[in-house]
Design a protein around this ligand. Structure first.
Ligand SMILES: O=C(O)CCC(=O)CC(=O)O
Length: 252
């Protein structure tokens, strides 16, 4: 599997950064961070299998498969070790890479994610609905969890359109990957310096999920972003980009 990606920034300075996306997102979800972070280092952003410009094989998928896609794509680019930042499903993939290929991981940033997601029945229901009716039928509900009620309407509409454009089989199969994901017993084996970021008002992966990660991963630190829901990096780039830059500077 070779994933669709963007590849920006200087090749010859610092550890490359790999940005991994949430369910229903494309590389565009990292637009608020990419330009600034790519001033200092190479930044590779990947569409997860089943999303954006990446292949859409028939599912279900597992998080391990999604993580292996990323590592194979990095092999293709000739990138050995990298820093990883992933949001939600992308955060689960980042954990899986740290567990399956620890020698590839210089540092980790885990945003709005979990060792075990809550409300798993809703992901199974979404998988059924996506295959039957398309992702458009789900998108309006998803953005109510991504952004706080006072978020800019144009921004919310743009992101709803991005979600609605996700291939149904890709969306559904990634819901199934989330249902099967559970790293709780493995967190102690993650050795990369780790920053955990939660949105204070995230109903999907609340700060309590961030606490489980920060308590379980040796040396990890949790930052809670105020006035942010699930897509904290998109709604509060003024806080999140700085946290990522600081963590990258300190750890890679
Ligand atoms: O965002 C993800 O990658 C998974 C969690 C999710 O779908 C958030 C939500 O809409 O409930």
């Amino acid at each position: 599997m070779r994933l669709h990606l963007t590849d920006e920034g200087p090749r010859d300075s610092g550890t490359p950064l790999v940005l991994l996306c949430s369910l229903g997102s494309t590389v565009d979800m990292w637009a608020p961070q990419r330009e600034e972070l790519a001033r200092e280092r190479r930044v590779v952003t990947m569409d997860t299998r089943g999303h954006g410009g990446s292949p859409v094989p028939a599912g279900p998928y597992t998080v391990a498969e999604l993580a292996d896609d990323v590592v194979e794509t990095l092999d293709d680019l000739g990138i050995g070790r990298a820093a990883f930042a992933g949001l939600s499903l992308g955060g689960a993939m980042s954990q899986a890479i740290a567990l399956r290929a620890p020698d590839r991981v210089v540092s980790l940033a885990l945003l709005c994610t979990a060792a075990r997601f809550g409300n798993l029945a809703t992901f199974s229901d979404r998988a059924v609905k996506a295959r039957a009716e398309g992702v458009e039928a789900i998108a309006a509900g998803v953005v109510t969890r991504w952004f706080t009620a006072d978020a800019d309407e144009d921004m919310v509409a743009r992101m709803q359109a991005m979600i609605a454009a996700t291939p149904p089989e890709g969306y559904a199969s990634c819901c199934e990957a989330i249902v099967g994901w559970d790293s709780r017993a493995d967190l102690g084996r993650i050795s990369a310096p780790t920053l955990v970021i939660s949105g204070a008002e995230d109903p999907a992966t609340p700060p309590a999920d961030g606490e489980v990660l920060a308590d379980g991963i040796p040396g990890a630190r949790l930052e809670v972003v105020p006035d942010a829901a699930h897509l904290a990096s998109y709604q509060r780039p003024d806080v999140v980009t700085g946290l990522l830059a600081e963590h990258l500077k300190a750890s890679s």
